[in-house]
Ligand binder design. Structure first.
Ligand code: MG
Length: 189
């Protein structure tokens, strides 16, 4: 089987990691509860930033957000290693800017994710992910973003949403905890 994964906020806690970085660098102390209640993907509002300031802050912080100690979700590394060990193909499809592709790949390997050189796709717009997903003929795909998941519809593909505060309205199958992955797959096949 071919499994495709988004990276940020699907396999790793990128926005939460960024939220901590914003608190530190802006010398604020916005409680983490606020993060868990956000109804949109962007995190700048609780810090009193408007959209432009938020975009600037994100871009300015990108190096620190991407390459410091962003934790994977519990069980994510283990779940993907198990899939790979069972002979399944693992693909990563991330909308991170293309110039971050190689370093991101290296960073993922350092975290223990099973990464194969030619199964790592980076630098497309969210809306373009669908073309890659289709051309790869994936059996499973996991993502957190409504904008991406809403573009996917295919007979063959089983799409799952990674549970986040901003995607509660989506009605497609949901994964809350990566340790559930083997059970989810078993129940489908
Ligand atoms: Mg994502």
């Amino acid at each position: 089987m071919k499994f495709g994964f988004d990276i940020d906020d699907t396999l790793i806690k990128l926005r939460e990691h960024a939220f901590h970085i914003y608190n530190k660098n802006l010398k604020q102390n916005v409680p983490i509860d606020v993060f868990h209640e956000l109804t949109r993907v962007e995190i700048h509002e609780p810090f009193g930033l408007d959209a432009q300031q938020g975009a600037d802050m994100w871009n300015r912080s990108l190096e620190e957000i991407y390459y410091t100690a962003c934790p994977p979700y519990p069980g994510a590394v283990e779940a993907l290693v198990e899939l790979a060990n069972k002979g399944h193909e693992i693909y990563y499809i991330t909308a991170r800017p293309r110039e971050h592709g190689e370093r991101t790949k290296k960073w993922m390997i350092e975290q223990g994710f099973p990464v194969q050189e030619d199964r790592f796709f980076c630098g497309m717009k969210d809306q373009e992910k669908v073309e890659i997903i289709q051309s790869l003929q994936l059996d499973y795909y996991f993502d957190d973003k409504p904008d991406v998941l809403n573009t996917l519809s295919s007979e063959q593909l089983k799409a799952f949403v990674m549970n986040q505060s901003y995607n509660q309205h989506l009605t497609i199958p949901r994964i809350v905890d990566w340790s559930e992955l083997p059970k989810i797959i078993e129940n489908i096949d």
